[in-house]
Design a protein around this ligand. Structure first.
Ligand code: THU
Length: 149
């Protein structure tokens, strides 16, 4: 799928995701992940996975980056890049796909690693028929069918 990003911007995002992996706190899995998102403003926000002794509270790199952007007031995301120091690229988990849907339902998703292999796709492809903010609008078809019951 052709990227809508210019090559220099793509390289900046990739670099930000790679650098973010250095901040990974992953003493349990030892799986270091970095992510970078491109917001509607043009700014790039990065994050790493942050694990916890209570394993279920581990936070993925993608969500760290997305929440960092949202907390700075960003409300649209154009792209997320996820980097893992592996031979094959790693795709965002289901939870991260859902969180990305909130701000970037049309976002480009790019997975990069330590080989030349990469995967480029869209959130729309990875999470079809997503549940999102529009489902909670009072007059949406989704909520009127709820009302009828
Ligand atoms: N992880 C991510 O940060 N992003 C992904 O796309 C996959 C998984 C993290 C969560 C956890 O810290 C570790 O990788 C092992 O699952």
């Amino acid at each position: 799928m052709p990227s809508k990003l210019s090559l220099p911007l793509r390289r900046r995002l990739e670099q930000a995701a790679r650098a973010a992996a250095q901040g990974s706190y992953s003493p349990y899995s030892k799986f270091r992940v970095g992510a970078a998102v491109l917001a509607g403003s043009g700014k790039i926000y990065a994050g790493s996975n942050v694990e916890n002794a209570s394993y279920g509270l581990c936070n993925c790199a993608e969500r760290t980056a997305i929440f960092t952007a949202a907390a700075q007031g960003e409300r649209t995301l154009r792209c997320v890049v996820v980097y893992t120091p592996t031979r094959a690229p790693t795709m965002p988990c289901g939870a991260c796909r859902q969180v990305l849907n909130e701000f970037g339902p049309q976002a480009t998703v790019l997975a990069i690693c330590d080989s030349d292999e990469c995967i480029e796709t869209t959130l729309d492809y990875l999470l079809p028929d997503a549940f999102g903010p529009e489902n909670l609008l009072k007059d949406s078809p989704a909520s009127s069918s709820r009302k009828a019951r």
